[in-house]
Design a protein around this ligand. Sequence first.
Ligand SMILES: NC(=O)c1ccc[n+]([C@@H]2O[C@H](COP(=O)([O-])OP(=O)(O)OC[C@H]3O[C@@H](n4cnc5c(N)ncnc54)[C@H](OP(=O)(O)O)[C@@H]3O)[C@@H](O)[C@H]2O)c1
Length: 228
Amino acid sequence: MNLLLLGRGKTGSLVAEVAAERKHHTRTLGSEENEGGRALTPEQLSNIDVVIDFTAPHCVLANIEACVRAGKNMVVGTTGWHKEIDRVRALVEQHKTGFVYAANFSVGVNLFLDIARAAAAALNHDYSGQIFERHHVHKKDAPSGTAIAIQQVVRDAATPHDSLEITSFREGEVVGLHEVVLESPADRIYLCHDAKSRRGFAEGAVAAAEWLVGKKGFYDFKDVWREL
Ligand SMILES: NC(=O)c1ccc[n+]([C@@H]2O[C@H](COP(=O)([O-])OP(=O)(O)OC[C@H]3O[C@@H](n4cnc5c(N)ncnc54)[C@H](OP(=O)(O)O)[C@@H]3O)[C@@H](O)[C@H]2O)c1
């Protein structure tokens, strides 16, 4: 495939590495070449099969709008824009493109979401719960998109219940650690996912791009990763 990668930061550069290992052709645009999405013209995108975005919350919506309006399929790993999800879904449907997004593209975290969903039953049995997330000091958004995704699956799985509170820590170079703690008068349950590197995110994003070829529609990676 011809992949256009947006962002050559910590995760984007690993996506380029994984895509090259899988024999895809890649071109990468960084912030200096693509301020405000200016490089994403229909001409520039004409031979691109899928665009993969690991940039930043301040620019991701401009990137999405330009690529979707040009009819391009996209995989979006950037977080911090999900309040606009309804508008983006409508844009994707209007332009009949394919779109996969996730707060977390690692298979491990998506398994963890299933575990959290199952554990949500505790909230119907006298348990209260909390979510803790730790990331490196450079992370721009808080709470993390993954913590919000955990909060959402737990809320959807339990009978009506207040959302679990999320506490965020920013320290050192922590790649991403998420904990769900459920507590009753009798005991505590600890669930924990600890990312050792960013490699899992990059592999999931490239696999999602391969899956998306020839597809239309708006997909959350947590609903499709089993098909990869
Ligand atoms: N879904 C997942 O699995 C997952 C996993 C890891 C991270 N993330 C998310 O992905 C995003 C990137 O994370 P990261 O850790 O890789 O951050 P990072 O190291 O800060 O990299 C972001 C890169 O985007 C570039 N950029 C900024 N504006 C741009 C534009 N208009 N066009 C192209 N590139 C642009 C930045 O360039 P400059 O430095 O020149 O500004 C920077 O190199 C964050 O939102 C993070 O939360 C998601």
